[in-house]
Design a protein around this ligand. Structure first.
Ligand code: GLN
Length: 535
């Protein structure tokens, strides 16, 4: 069995982050990666005995529970005997104190949310190693209601705030640290340096996590996994993730990787030609474009329920991929054993993060269950080369493999395509209207130099009609909805603040150039409550 275990934590020094359910846990991992230290997150329920690799250090995250509550989660005590440095953040600090004595943590009288001024304690003229190189007085960000009322045995205070006598503590002889504030959020300006002090200075982790290091290792892993004759099938969409994944597969196994672009009849303007030009001609990826547009559009006829539309599209994609797998096998002498999936680390985090005693932890998911059905029906195994990466790392990887800045910076686009941007029933004519309007909107955004500032932008079609007057004639035509958002992580978003003039110009062009449209509206909804896509 080829090793599937050659994953980053086996070849890079790794800081393990145990998640106690905080909203910020993933930020700890990100901050460490930003300083080129590899870090992985696991739920706080992780048993040390089940871990197949040894971390260089362990960070215990914050969490919404109170350590003294009956159902509060607790870290496997074996981690404290592992002999590697430990840093507890907020709930993590309270966990460290509570396990040594149940009375060490109590509900505080004053909750602390927001800024606090921390003063590092000096011992014989020196601050603790955790604060080395930082200014003694620093702004930190707090979010807690419980507090340490006693210093746990064997520890001393290394930093205080006005409200927290034990805002930062360290064991006197072992590398165990606890801090009440959150170094992972940007509101703690010196937080990145503090995490570096822990990871590099205290744990001794090397700062070798770079995409150029990763490429070489990942290519080797893919080769080992697929073997000398195996064939891999993968869906590409023209988006960043699938393009980067496809390029990586091509670097690893050449034409034994088969990229498939399915034209579902709901693509953006000239999208198939563009993907062909970039993936096939510029990046040398073995690409097949399957035109299944008539089948998709026929199947979508009469269906206006968003979930049913998505389900139908997902199912149809699988049919196309299964047929492609058979074709490849008939043409080449290798069996198609793997299906490429562009899963990113945030999807993994979402599925493993600790959701609390009352909720079960979700199992790994993938978009629309396509991979699951292919795996079950065709015996395909999953290959996920981007599984350990954050989006900005995927972009960096793309740049390293000479994928153009334009493609690497493209906005996300949904798998079902314009089908979910034509509200209600999808017809060829409606897709055509959404497509033209979208093209006008996006090209005007690009011309105005706003593209990279926007997280995602598109035009959708509202099939209800409004009355208008065009050329002195009454018209009764469709409405185009414009949506553009500002976001850092796509979890929350706000409408992009275009100027009134810009929106007016876009509106005028769309009404003039897109037949069947007489009005244009801009969507001012944030996420939440709105989602980014309409359906
Ligand atoms: N729930 C704990 C408290 O309120 C820990 C909070 C946290 O980790 N942010 O003190």
């Amino acid at each position: 069995m080829p090793s599937t275990e050659v994953i980053p934590h086996n070849s890079f020094d790794t800081i393990l982050v145990l998640d106690n359910g905080s909203q910020y846990t993933h930020l700890i991992t990100r901050r460490l990666r930003e300083i080129n230290v590899y870090s992985e997150m696991l739920p706080c329920t992780q048993k040390l005995a089940d871990l197949t690799w040894k971390p260089k250090g362990v960070i215990l995250s914050g969490g919404p529970y109170s350590v003294y509550e009956k159902d509060a989660p607790h870290i496997d005590p074996a981690f404290f005997d592992l002999g590697v440095p430990i840093l507890g953040i907020c709930y993590g600090l309270q966990e460290i104190a509570h396990r040594l004595h149940a009375d060490n943590v109590v509900a505080g009288t004053a909750r602390e949310y927001g800024h606090a001024d921390l003063q590092a304690t000096r011992f014989g003229g020196h601050v603790d190693k955790l604060f080395e190189g930082l200014e003694d007085a620093m702004t930190v960000w707090m979010s807690h209601g419980d507090k340490l009322c006693n210093l746990p045995e064997g520890f001393h205070t290394i930093g205080t705030t006005k409200n927290s006598e034990f805002a930062a503590i360290a064991h006197k002889s072992e590398p165990v640290y606890g801090i009440q504030f959150h170094p992972e959020v940007t509101h703690t300006p010196q937080g990145g340096q503090l995490l570096k002090n822990f990871a590099v200075g205290i744990c001794g982790a090397s700062q070798n996590w770079t995409m150029s290091e990763f490429i070489g290792q990942e290519i080797k892993r893919i080769r080992d996994l697929v073997g000398p004759v195996g064939q891999v099938l993968g869906a590409v969409s023209g988006g960043v993730d699938s393009t980067v994944a496809a390029k990586l597969m091509t670097e690893a196994i050449g034409d034994r990787f088969h990229a498939v672009l399915v034209d579902n009849g709901c693509m953006r303007l000239n999208e198939c030609e563009l993907v062909k030009k970039v993936l096939q001609d510029q990046l040398g990826i073995n690409l097949t474009v399957v035109d299944a547009s008539e089948e998709f559009l026929a199947g979508l006829k009469g269906e206006s329920d968003p979930e049913k539309k998505r389900k139908f599209i997902g199912g149809k994609f699988i049919d196309v991929f299964e047929a492609e797998a058979k074709k490849i096998e008939a043409q080449s002498n290798g069996k198609v054993e793997f299906f490429l999936q562009g899963t990113l680390y945030p999807d993994v985090i979402e599925s493993i993060s600790f959701k609390g005693p009352s909720q079960t932890i979700k199992t790994h998911h993938n978009v629309g269950g396509i991979a699951e059905r292919l795996m079950a029906g065709h015996g395909l195994k999953l290959i996920e080369p981007l599984r350990e990466l954050f989006k900005d790392e995927v972009r960096e990887l793309g740049r390293q493999m000479n994928i153009s800045a334009e493609l690497v910076g493209r906005h996300p686009f949904p798998g079902p395509g314009l089908a979910i941007r034509v509200l209600g029933e999808v017809t060829k004519e409606k897709v055509e209207m959404a497509r033209k309007a979208d093209n006008i909107f996006i090209s005007m955004i690009r011309e105005a130099g706003l593209y990279d500032d926007i997280g995602q932008a598109y035009a959708a079609l509202d099939p209800s009609r409004a009355v208008g007057v065009m050329g002195d004639k009454r018209v009764y035509a469709n409405i185009i909805l414009l949506r553009a958002i500002s976001t850092r992580d796509f979890m929350t978003a706000t409408p992009y603040p275009f100027s009134y003039e810009f929106l007016t110009k876009v509106s005028t062009r769309i009404v003039n150039e897109v037949d069947g449209v007489c009005r244009v509206c801009y969507d001012f909804t944030s996420k939440p409550p709105g989602t980014i896509e309409m359906e």
